[in-house]
Design a protein around this ligand. Structure first.
Ligand code: UDX
Ligand code: ADP
Length: 458
């Protein structure tokens, strides 16, 4: 059977994999090929055990794989046969040279653009799916259109707003789909070609078209605003701990103001994930490079508050456990950066575990999905850390339990059983405010929650 369109996605990660699986699932008339340089990852995408955990992903991959969804390492062939190429390769923070620690490292993107150019035989639309600095499209166009074969490449920005853990829901029913292009006839045509894909399941009114620079900058800005809300409420959590105000009550009260809204006001040990910190630092770097120092400092403070919040959590554990955790067993409940994912990139749990290990605590990590990643993250620590799938076993003989990921499973554990198996006095630090603190206190725990007065028996 011939397909109406051949779509390629370069990069089979957390964004490329689920996004293309959704396109293939909703559009059986298109052939969707996802390629990656990582052979093991592609092998996993072609197996029963997908390389990422995402609720609902298995089902849509199984329905489309082999029908119109394909995973392969044959990048060259993929480029040659596709008319629309999504690029979803990683854009980590630069670790060297100018802008180190802040600017986006565009080497993978540029390498991909050169590969597209080398293996194309005709004109194509190239879609930026990865989050990129504003004005990247201009550099990419220059590389791609520097050819003598008469081929024309139109670079379109179509940032992905999915959040991990809810990726399938977000892809199926997005708040909006943003498509930016040059405002030339070719640019508008390319933008429409991308919109046509989404129109297979997304209502027209949710598809926004804009100029390419607005689209690139909107993605960075959306992440910066979301992170800013978390840092704002986290800064208030510190004040709540001093004043006996309760941060959840404050969040509830302000969130009912329709101008503020209730989402992203959950105080926590800090935000993690591959996007927020990276994108804000990138925004800071871009502001600085245009001489906008005030704006740069403003956004930088969002990351500083997040670092401070994680540090405060560790300091709070230390000071309440009689200023020493050396030799004490501490169970960390949850290592993923949020619930419903196995991803641990920039997880606050990494920072907290490191802080405790540096204080010579015996750290036991438990998590329903992220233990393999946790092992990689804590590899530099040869001693003091163990991994345990069963939370009851992790807590047995511990002086303290610290909840760092809001997994549902931790809400319903038998905490009386856990309390009885721990060293007394038993401490519980709730970094996500998901537990019933009064009940735990009545059981005998000394309870310390973010943005709440401590509940101690001494
Ligand atoms: C984010 C954006 O939400 C998404 O639109 C973008 O495409 C990618 O970056 P993601 O990082 O997957 O998605 O997860 P998100 O749900 O935004 O959570 C990020 C971090 O903030 C997590 O560590 C989460 O636990 C934390 N968080 C979130 C809070 O601490 N409090 C909140 O109220 C919300
Ligand atoms: P994201 O969260 O943005 O999806 P990931 O790191 O999960 O980021 O995925 C990016 C993917 O891009 C990785 O699987 C990586 O192997 C792949 N990749 C990087 N460079 C190239 C390239 N030149 N060609 C093909 N795939 C690439």
């Amino acid at each position: 059977m011939g397909f109406e369109k051949n779509i390629l996605c370069i990069g089979a990660g957390y964004v490329g994999g689920p996004t293309m699986a959704m396109i293939a699932y909703k559009c059986p008339q298109y052939k969707v090929l996802v390629v990656d340089i990582d052979k093991d990852k592609i092998k996993a995408w072609n197996s029963a055990s997908l390389p990422i955990f995402e609720p609902g992903l298995d089902e849509i991959v199984t329905k489309s794989r082999g029908r119109n969804l394909f995973f392969s390492t044959e990048i060259e062939k993929g480029i040659e046969e596709s008319e629309i190429i999504f690029v979803s390769v990683n854009t980590p923070t630069k670790t060297f040279g100018q802008g180190a620690g802040r600017a986006a490292d565009l080497q993978y993107w540029e390498k991909t653009a050169r590969e597209i150019l080398a293996h194309s035989k005709d004109s194509k639309v190239v879609v930026e799916k990865s989050t990129l600095p504003v004005r990247t499209a201009s550099a990419m166009e220059r590389i791609l259109n520097e050819n003598s074969a008469g081929m024309h490449f139109e670079v379109v920005s179509n940032p992905e707003f999915l959040a991990e853990g809810t990726a399938i829901r977000d892809l199926e029913n997005p708040d909006r789909v943003l498509i930016g292009s040059r405002e030339t006839p070719e640019g508008i045509k390319a933008r429409k070609a991308v919109a046509e894909i989404y129109l297979n399941w997304v209502p027209k009114k949710k598809i926004i078209e804009s100029n390419v620079w607005s689209s690139e900058l909107s993605k960075l800005t959306a992440n910066a605003f979301l992170a800013q809300r978390i840092s704002s409420i986290n800064s208030i959590s510190a004040l709540c701990e001093k004043t006996e105000a309760d941060v959840d009550e404050v969040a509830n009260a302000i969130g009912m103001d329709s101008r503020i809204g209730p989402k992203f006001l959950k105080s926590s040990v800090g935000f993690g994930g591959s996007c927020f910190k990276k994108d804000i630092l990138n925004l800071v770097y871009i502001c600085e490079s245009y001489g906008l120092d005030k704006a740069a400092r403003y956004w930088e403070s969002v990351v500083e508050i997040n670092d401070w919040q994680q540090n405060r959590f560790v300091q709070n554990m230390l000071s309440n456990m009689f200023n020493t955790v050396a030799g004490k067993r501490i169970a960390i409940f949850g290592f993923a950066f949020k619930a419903d994912t196995g991803d641990t990139r920039e997880s606050p749990a990494i920072y907290v575990a490191q802080g405790l290990l540096e204080e010579h605590a015996e750290v036991v990590i438990t998590d329903p999905k992220a233990l393999e990643n946790a092992k990689k993250d804590l590899k530099p620590f040869k001693q003091g850390v163990t991994f345990q799938a069963d939370p009851y076993k992790a807590a047995k003989g511990a002086h303290a339990v610290a909840v760092l990921t809001e997994w549902d499973v931790y809400r319903t554990l038998d905490y009386k059983r856990i309390f009885n198996s721990m060293v007394q006095p038993a401490f519980l630090f709730d970094g996500r405010n998901i537990l019933d603190h009064k009940k735990l206190f009545d059981m005998g725990f000394n309870v310390f929650a973010i943005g709440k007065a401590p509940l101690k028996h001494f």
